[in-house]
Write a protein that binds this ligand. Structure first.
Ligand SMILES: Cc1cc2nc3c(=O)[nH]c(=O)nc-3n(C[C@H](O)[C@H](O)[C@H](O)COP(=O)(O)OP(=O)(O)OC[C@H]3O[C@@H](n4cnc5c(N)ncnc54)[C@H](O)[C@@H]3O)c2cc1C
Length: 394
């Protein structure tokens, strides 16, 4: 066994970082692990819609890191990484702290991407982190108290856009006239056909307007300009939620690190070129030869599991193993109490899918909360079909 003098530092405690840290601790409790995150709370992003609709209290989807890591026996530091000096194995933080590392795991996730469209940053709400969720929740509550129906535009018909549209419709009933604007010719273009069809039905039944083949050109505080069929039209707007895409969160990378589409290029063992004691996983990484992997929690968790095994092999001076992704399917929420699942050859929609989705996420929560646990056990007793999902899940 190789002796490790400096810590294994994991920066970013989202799905990727949390998985590496907890698995590494389990595989080898003697390894010195330090986890750093700029936030005080983990956010279980797939459950942000349920927090928005108040189906789930915020504290259940966003547990404190200090609790999670003290339960795991892992040291946690709240700090923001500002620079990496790869040649010297040194990290710099926003409070001027400098930290050396033996191995580095980078998993700082994504930021919303405005694609430089004029007015987006100033006039839109986003839905990518806890702050975004709190801001959106309070503005929706504030403006719905006025009796006039408000014009809500959601930009992007990927999972986030569709899921928010259905939830907002169900929570606020007749308070919003909701439109989704999508550049391509269909919703959920990268998702499973079953989920796309279920989502189409969900949008139709809620009378949510769809602008397909439509591109947002500019947004001001009261208008949105949309290009469709070579024609630009202006519409009045009261609130706009931007879910049109994300970009990697890498403000601290300087110098000679290979990148592809702005993401860190790694080999199939997650090593960064020229710096083989440094690894990147999750939304910020792109694996050579596996460029099509989606930016999902499922991918980040599988990568985190695999990387933990590889770091343990390294500590024993053994060869690292290449990563292989297994597609376990996908789930989307479609309004209050409804969802759609397409996984492992099984499809499920409606209320049963909603309960199954909660059960599956309960099994993935870092600290499984009491109410999620009780939902899980209730569903588990009543619906034996869920056994199919529980071990191999999205
Ligand atoms: C609303 C929403 C719903 C989603 N639903 C699903 C779903 O149903 N299924 C699915 O598979 N995927 C879903 N995703 C995508 C999924 O959440 C991401 O792909 C996944 O979180 C990526 O994991 P990660 O570890 O790369 O990054 P993250 O989980 O985003 O974690 C990044 C962490 O890095 C920290 N960090 C960032 N910068 C710094 C810094 N400079 N210093 C220190 N710490 C830093 C952040 O605070 C954060 O905790 C959803 C995403 C969103 C936004």
């Amino acid at each position: 066994m190789r002796s490790i003098k400096k810590p294994i530092v994991i920066v970013g405690a989202g799905f990727g970082g949390m998985t590496v840290a907890s698995n590494l601790k389990r595989l080898n409790p003697a390894l010195p692990i330090l986890v750093v995150d700029s936030e005080a709370q983990f956010i279980f992003k797939p459950l942000m819609y349920e927090v928005l609709s108040e189906e789930l209290p915020i504290w259940e989807a966003a547990p404190e890191y200090s609790n999670i890591f003290s339960n795991l026996g892992i040291t946690f530091l709240k700090n923001c990484l500002t620079k990496i000096r790869f040649d010297e194995n040194i990290l710099e933080f926003s409070d001027d702290l400098k930290l050396g590392y033996e191995y580095l795991v980078l998993c700082t996730g994504s930021l919303s991407n405005t694609f430089s469209v004029k007015g987006v940053y100033e006039n839109c709400y986003f839905f990518n982190n806890l702050n975004d969720l709190n801001n959106l929740r309070s503005v929706l509550q504030k403006i719905q108290n006025n009796n006039i129906k408000k014009k809500l535009f959601i930009i992007g018909a990927g999972p986030s856009g569709v899921e928010i549209a259905c939830k907002v419709n169900d929570i606020y009933k007749n308070n919003f006239d909701i439109s989704i604007v999508e550049r391509s010719n269909e919703i959920l273009s990268k998702n499973k056909i079953f989920n796309r069809e279920e989502a189409e039905k969900a949008l139709l039944s809620r009378k949510i307007n769809l602008f397909l083949n439509s591109t947002v050109k500019e947004i001001s505080d009261q208008k949105i300009s949309i290009l469709n069929n070579s024609e630009i039209r202006d519409f009045d707007q009261d609130i706009i939620i931007w879910t049109a895409g994300v970009k990697p969160n890498l403000p601290f990378i300087e110098g000679n690190v290979s990148q592809s589409n702005g993401r860190i290029l790694v080999n199939e063992k997650f090593q960064i070129d020229n710096f083989t004691n440094s690894f990147a996983i999750g939304d910020i990484a792109i694996i050579k030869g596996m460029e099509d992997l989606p930016l999902t929690a499922q991918v980040a968790i599988q990568e985190g599991n695999h990387l933990a095994k590889n770091i343990e092999l390294l500590s024993q001076e053994k060869d690292l193993l290449p990563f292989e992704f297994q597609d376990n399917g996908e789930m989307i929420s479609l309004g209050i109490g409804e969802a759609s699942i397409s996984a492992l050859g099984v499809t499920l929609s409606g209320k049963l899918a909603f309960e199954a989705r909660r059960l599956i996420y309960a099994s993935k929560m870092p600290v499984i909360s009491k109410s999620l646990k009780s939902t899980a056990s209730w569903v588990f007793q009543k619906k034996s079909i869920l056994n199919k999902f529980i071990n191999k899940t999205p």
